[in-house]
Structures are given as C-alpha cells and as structure tokens.
Design a protein around this ligand. Structure first.
Ligand SMILES: [Zn+2]
Ligand SMILES: [Zn+2]
Length: 902
C-alpha cells in the first residue's frame, strides 16, 4: 500500500492534462463541409459556419497585476473560479476559463527605475513566475488564450478604441483641475482618490490639485444608462456593489434655486441645488464650498477678514472628499453676509462649510436643519435655528406638541408642508412640483437632474502604458493618428526618472513626427493611458486573442458573452467595474456587441487574513503559494481555502486546520487504495454473486445500453447538461441493510453537494458533507464483508467524482486506481438516485405564543424560513396568526417552531 504523495501525483496529472489539452474550450463556431458543393480542400467555399451548440459557460477571475509573489490570499480567488469551471465542465458545458496579465502600470516602471532594468523585462519575469505558480496549482485555464496587456498586439486596440471614441465625441481634451499624486508623479482619476484625499496606491500620500491639460473619456454621457442597467444586475451582483455604484453615479432629481446676495453690491446670486425645494421655508443658512468662487468676495471687507481668510485656507488644506462627506467632522464659519430667500424675502446667513463640494451640484447648498440629517448636525453644532416646515401626514396634536419643543433628529420623510406660506397643507410630492414650477415661472430657479459621476480622466504622465494616438501640428492642430499607422509603439529605450513629465516627451525620436494631414512637422502626444483602459475590455479579447483585424470578432463575443460568473475583489466595485460597464455600452453603440452588460454574475470573495490582518507583502504575514504546494501539495492548499470559511467571508489562516484538510485527503486516499486493490478483482467476485456467465453478459449488455442511451441523450438534446451515475446504479431493492445505509448517505451527499456547488456556493459545507461520508465509509469497515463489490465501487466513485472540482489531481489518481483508464476529465458530474437521496422526514411542533397549534412534516435540516412558510399553511396555525403581526420566531431545528405574535 502506497502513501498519498501529492508532489508525484500532481506533477503526473498536470502533465497529462496538458498533453491531452483538456481545458481548451471548444470553438464558438464550427466549420462544417457543405455536402452540396465540391470544393478544393481549404478553400473558403463549401463551408458553412455553425454556432457551437453546446451551452457555454464563461467563468473568469479578474486578471492579476503581475508583481510580487503569489500567496494563498490570491490562490483562494483562483481556486473558487477553478471549482466553478470544473463543475461546469463535468455538467456538460463548453467552458471558457482564461487567464492573462494586467501588465502595464506604475509599479513596473518604479521597480525598473530602482533595479535599473526595463519595465518590460521586470514585467515578463513576473509573468513567468505567476504562470509557474498557477500551473503548479493545477488551475484549468485555456492557456492558448493568454493575453498580456503590455504587448503591442493588445494595446493597439486600446488606441483603436480611443480613436473611435474621439470620432464619436466620447474622448476629449481639456484643461482642468486634477488630482496629482506627488509619489506617482501622475494624475489620478476621481475614482483613484481614496480615504478623503489620498492616493489609492499610496495611502499615506495626500493628493494635490493641479491644473493640467488632460484627456477625458465621457463616462457622464452614459450616467443614466449605467444607473438604469444596474437593475439588470440585481440578483446576479452583490447588493453592496450595486449600492456603491449607484451612490457613485449619484443621481439627484431636484431643482436649482437662486438666492440673491443681500449685503454685497453686485455679488449677484448664489445658486443652490436641492432635491427638497418644498423645505425652502425652513432654510436657516446657505453654505458654500470653501472653493466656491464667491467666497473671497464675500469675506473681503467683512468685520474679521483676516481671521476668516485664515480659517478658509485651513479648510481648503484639509478638504473633505466626496466619499467621506457623510462621515467627516463638520466644520464651517459665518461669512458675515446674508442672502435672500426668493420665496419669502427673508434673510438667510451665508456660511462656508467643509462638507460642501464645488464638484457636485453648484458648490452651494441651502441648509434645512429640520429635514436633513447633515444640516441638523451642522445647526446643532453652530447654534442655527431649526424651523419645522414638514410634518408627518396625519400627525396628532401630541406629535405637533413634541415637535414644538424641538426636534431630537431631522425629519427627512415626506409629509405635509407647514409654515410654508401659500404652500402649507400640500403633500410633499405636490409641493415639490408646484414650488419648482413657481421658481421657474418667477425666473429664480428650474427643475434639474444632476449626477455625481465625472468624466474619466485617462491621461497619465508616465512611460509604461498605452501611448495616446494623436499628434499636434502647427497648422492643423490636434490630428488623430490614422488607423493604418497603429500601433503607435512605445519607444524601446526610455529615459526613466520617475519625475515630473512623461518620459515620452524626452525622447526626440518618439516625439517628432510628421503630420498625417499636411506632412509637415508635428509632435506626438506624450501622455499614456490609465491602465484601467486595458482592463476595461480585456475579457472580450479572450474570445479572440490572436485577431489582428479587429479587437475581437463580434460572432465570438456573441457566443461567449455575457460572462456567466466574474470573480474578484470588492476593491474593484467602483473603478474597474464601472469603467468596464461603460466600455461595454460604448462597444454596443459602435455595433461591436449586442448586449448591455459584460458580466451577468459577480462574486466578491472574502480576504485571507493571518494574525488578524489581510495577507500582504507589506504586512509581512504572507504564506507563499509555492511553499504551501511544497509542504502539503496544491490539492490540500485548494481544499483548505475552500473549507476554512464560506467564500464570501474573510478567512483566518490556521496551520492546524490545514493539517485537518491534509488528514482528510489522506483518509480518502487510503480507503480507496485499500479497496481499489482488491477491487481489481471485483469482476471475479461479481461473477460469483451473479452466478452464470450468461448473467454477467447480460449485465455488460445492460451497461452498454445505458452508456449508449446516455451518449444519445447528450447528442439529441445538446442544451441539456450532462450528468449521470458513474456507472449504472445498484438496484435499491436488492440491497442489504448496511449497503442501503451507506448508499443512502452517499446519494444524499451528492444531492447536497450538487446544491452547494450549483446554487449556494457553500463549498465549505460541501466539503463537510464529504468528510462525513468518508467517516461513514470507515464506519462500514470491513467493507469487503459488509458491501458487495459493486456497492463499494459506487460509493468510492461518488466520493472521487465529488472531490474532482476541488482536489482535481488526487481525484484523477483515485479514478485511475478505481480502474478507469480514460481520465476523470471525461467523466460527468454524478447524478443521485432520488429514491435513495430522499432526506429523512421529521415532525416539527408549531406553537403560537407558546401554545401548540399544529405539526408540520419537513426534511431533516430544513431551515427556519422554510419551516415558517410551511407552518403558515397549517390551518390550525394560520387561524391564530390571522390579523396579527409576527414579532419574533423561536426555532429549534427539526423540533420546534414558536411564533410570537402581537
Ligand atoms: Zn500615488
Ligand atoms: Zn498638419
């Protein structure tokens, strides 16, 4: 008997998979000879293209940035994707599971400067290393489709897309105030400024404001669609990501209203944007952003001018960023000036506040403390009045009295206007309508919709990115590089200093060119593109990675898209996932694709923690993937990351539980090894049991028929997924008691594991079920006495097949030990015998307020919600629930449900 030797087993199967090319997806289009014509072989005539008939499944993990060392935190993500890919293959899908490299970017450039090497060299070395680690873990990628975004074959299409967007008015250049990271020495997009003003790469570095000529992509042109189509993603994307995107787009429907400045002659009007114009009678201040152009003018000549100016400067330095508005400490000061409320002519003091942003709305707000939480907080802090102008509909005298005494918190709901002149008594929606219309008629306001989303600044002043394909001619101005001249190649030997300006500007050979229009001297654009451009459409290139005529063929994208399952970190909720949704819509409008959204389902996995913090090189708590593979084997590493926590939750690394995973795999190996050895004599024993030679021929024939039937079914109904027993089921009626017990357990396990894989993604619970089943097998020892060989074989095969997606190397080895010479990669996901897999039924007592009102029958292990639903259909229970509200539910699994009503 041999020991489980993962190193040898893993190497053996990785080699075999590669030789047999088992992870290559099948072509989207199949060429078939048209029988009606006789053409020269190889000629395009006589062939028809047919769309691949097998159902497709596109599963993808976000492409990695090749830097540093791959650790077990990364491996978790890839393991989840690989399990899904393998299960889907076993279920008969044509699976696309590719891998590539997000290869442009600053870290490569900085590392190259530091190590006096070329960014390409540094990047390619990392790619080679990443490849080695991913192969070592046996991930089932179709490596033919590998892409690297720093190759001209790839980035020429970034340039091509840029030119198309330029034609469509979706790319433009303008001078604007931008976020500049002094460490990155480049501009950052709004989405790349985090934690209230810091660089997303350098969380200790405050972003500065600079005025620079910049290229932008007009993401705002798609603001409404980006928002609207989030509805399509509900159920498929995490609610949290959808909410983050919705907030980032930040649509507000409301009105602009102008307040005249009262005390400063010629200062004109202050425009505010509000979604609650109905509360304008409750405005107790106008608050301006510190950078609002009027502020200087208002302060000038005010009583305490110097003091106010110092305060203003301080506020500008510690400016609050959009994402922190809700949580930041509120600060502000009175300018000494007043504005006039256009609805009632009353004076309203003008303040400056750190939580008002110039970039959003008009850079000024009206503060209505009684009906806005933020304004309430501000008014409390600075002692502003809090007049109530909206009351709850149908409010009682008691409500009114308590309101008169002063609010404890803002009342932000809709209700009825009060203390609002002619508008008092109107319900909120009607008041908004009427007051907005009146403001428009009176010439001091109008209805408007605004978005928080800004256009995407893509200019970067660094080397390692895609050159922006335009030139500047003295005569013709900005001229796009013609398509035939793409790609505009990066200069091969840049002078990299990491300082100030783009390295492309210091290379005369790159810089100086001819104008495509007049042939005169011209200068190339020296900015490169944000690397998020590369990742905005890379998953389309996987469909058609070698295409040199187009970024990809539409027919191929039509087959594979949308991505069925996309997997990656929550940190991409805004940047990558917003940009790629935008790109998808632009490509659709260009006629390249026919769908609205790139990914139907998104999964964001939890982090891997060690000693309480996320595994990372900088935290120094990394468990290297290769170390793990060397010590325990890749399969144990894969199993552990799936078992230690549900995939969406964070996982705390524990050496102890790794040992547990390792022991489990050893247990499985040993029991198969032991019984497969005598299992090689299975046919002999079964001959004895079945008796005559004829009967064994009958059995063989039955199996052949079953096999053929199965194959036929796959051919006739190609859209049905595969799936079938490893071999024909043993007939239940003939089973002995012990056999029945173990087979029941095995089939129940298949049923639950299938569910865990397909619908719930409870990989950890699936593994637990398999562990239990393994224990049950051990408990049935000696198997050779208690089980007939065919029963033994069936149980061991089921365990092996269920393990295959998670620990694929070991499963292949066991499959071979069990006498299969054709590779587990050809096997289908096991079906279960419904008769055997039926769950045990239990009777659950149902109480209402502690009194027994009925009993319901349910499968053992049914959850609270389902039992509650069942209970509500019980007439005896329903009678006592009628007209009452459920206050609380007490549930003891398989035993009791007590519904507390009131
Ligand atoms: Zn930075
Ligand atoms: Zn010219």
């Amino acid at each position: 008997m041999a020991d489980y030797n993962p190193q040898a087993i893993e190497k053996k199967w990785q080699k075999r998979w590669e030789e047999k090319r088992v992870f290559e997806s099948e072509a989207e289009l199949t060429e078939t000879q048209d029988p009606g014509t006789h053409s020269v072989p190889g000629a395009p005539f006589g062939k028809t293209q047919e769309r691949q008939k097998r159902p497709k499944y596109y599963v993808l993990e976000m492409l990695p940035y090749p830097s540093g060392t791959l650790h077990m935190g990364h491996m978790r993500n890839y393991t989840i994707g690989d399990v899904v890919a393998r299960v889907k293959r076993m279920r008969g899908f044509n699976v696309l599971h590719p891998m590539g490299w997000d290869a442009f970017g600053l870290p490569a450039e900085n590392a190259a400067i530091q190590n006096r090497t070329h960014p390409r060299e540094w990047t390619n070395k990392n790619i080679a290393e990443f490849q080695r680690v991913l192969r070592r873990f046996g991930f089932s990628y179709d490596w033919r489709r590998e892409i690297s975004t720093c190759e001209p074959e790839y980035y020429r299409w970034n340039q091509w897309f840029f030119l198309r967007m330029l034609e469509r008015g979706l790319a433009y250049k303008k001078k604007s105030r931008v976020n500049w990271c002094p460490k990155c020495c480049t501009v950052l997009a709004n989405e790349q400024v985090v934690n209230g003003g810091f660089c997303w790469r350098h969380e200790d570095t405050r972003v500065e404001a600079r005025d620079i000529e910049q290229w932008f992509l007009r993401t705002t042109a798609y603001a409404e669609q980006l928002l609207e189509d989030l509805k399509e993603l509900e159920g498929g994307w995490p609610e949290r990501v959808i909410t983050m995107q919705r907030n980032w787009i930040g649509k507000s429907v409301g009105a602009r209203v102008q307040f005249a400045v009262a005390d400063v002659a010629g200062a004109g009007k202050i425009e505010v944007f509000t979604t609650r114009i109905d509360t304008i009678y409750g405005a107790s201040a106008i608050i301006l952003a510190p950078t609002h152009p009027l502020v200087g003018r208002l302060i000038a000549g005010a009583g305490n001018q110097a003091g106010l100016e110092a305060k203003l400067a301080e506020m500008k330095r510690s400016s609050v960023k959009m994402e922190d508005i809700a949580t930041a400490e509120k600060d502000g000061f009175f300018t000494g000036r007043n504005a006039v409320n256009p609805f009632n002519g009353e004076k309203v003091p003008i303040w400056v506040g750190n939580f008002v942003l110039l970039e959003y709305g008009t850079g000024a707000i009206m503060a209505v403390p009684a009906h806005d939480e933020r304004d309430f907080e501000f008014a409390k802090k600075f002692g502003l009045p809090i007049p109530v102008v909206v009351r709850k509909k149908d409010s009682t005298t008691e409500d009114t009295e308590s309101t008169e005494k002063g609010l404890n918190e803002a009342y932000t709901e809709y209700g009825v206007s009060v203390n609002s002149g002619a508008y008092s008594g109107l319900e909120t929606a009607a008041a908004i309508e009427k007051m907005a219309a009146d403001a428009e008629a009176g010439g001091f306001g109008k209805k408007e919709t605004i978005y928080r989303l800004r256009d995407w600044g893509i200019s970067r002043q660094r080397y390692w990115g895609t050159p922006i394909p335009v030139v500047y001619c003295e005569k013709d101005g900005m001229v796009p590089v013609p398509g035939k001249d793409l790609p505009v190649l990066l200069p091969a030997h840049p002078k990299l200093t990491g300082e100030g300006q783009s390295p492309l500007a210091t290379d005369p050979e790159f810089l100086n060119t001819k104008c495509p229009k007049c042939g005169g001297p011209a200068r190339r654009e020296t900015d490169t593109m944000d690397t998020f451009v590369d990742s905005s459409w890379y998953f389309y290139r996987y469909c058609d990675p070698k295409n040199d005529q187009a970024p990809f063929a539409s027919a191929k994208a039509d087959y594979w898209f949308p991505i069925d399952q996309y997997i990656g970190g929550i940190e991409h909720a805004i940047m990558h996932l917003m940009y790629s949704r935008f790109w998808c819509k632009v490509m659709r409008d260009m006629g390249l694709i026919a769908h609205d959204e790139p990914a139907a389902r998104l999964f964001t996995q939890g982090m891997v923690l060690k000693d309480g913090t996320a595994m990372s090189k900088s935290a120094g708590n990394v468990v290297g993937a290769l170390d793990m593979a060397e010590r325990y084997g890749a399969d144990t590493g894969r199993l552990y990351t799936l078992f230690a926590a549900p995939p969406e939750k964070d996982l705390e690394w524990s050496e102890e539980s790794i040992e547990g995973s390792w022991r489990f795999l050893n247990r499985v190996y040993r029991v198969v090894d032991k019984h497969a050895a005598d299992g090689r004599g299975i046919s002999d024993i079964s001959d004895q049991i079945s008796g005559s030679e004829e009967e064994s021929k009958d059995n063989a024939e039955a199996q052949r028929v079953a096999e053929e039937d199965k194959r036929k079914r796959t051919q006739d109904a190609p859209l049905q997924t595969k799936g079938g027993a490893p071999s024909a089921f043993v007939k239940v009626g003939e089973l002995r008691e012990k056999e029945k017990g173990l087979l029941r357990k095995a089939h129940q396990t298949v049923r639950r594991v299938t569910q865990d894989f397909e619908t719930r993604w409870h990989f950890n619970s699936a593994i637990a079920q398999m562990m239990e089943l393994t224990n049950a097998i051990y408990a049935a020892e000696p198997l050779e006495e208690n089980l007939r060989p065919e029963v033994r074989k069936e149980v061991l095969e089921l365990v092996t097949l269920m393990l295959a997606p998670m620990t694929p190397h070991l499963a292949e080895e066991l499959w071979e030990m069990l006498g299969h010479s054709d590779g587990l990669w050809n096997a289908s996901w096991p079906a279960f015998n419904p008769e055997l897999a039926k769950e045990e039924e239990v009777e659950i007592v149902v109480q209402v307020n502690g009194k027994v009102r009925g009993r319901v029958k349910a499968a053992a292990g049914t959850g609270q919600e389902d039992v509650l639903k069942l209970a509500q259909t019980e007439p005896g229970v329903a009678a006592h629930l009628a007209g009452k509200t459920v206050r609380k539910v007490i549930f003891v699994a398989d035993k009791l449900l007590n519904i507390v009503v009131g």
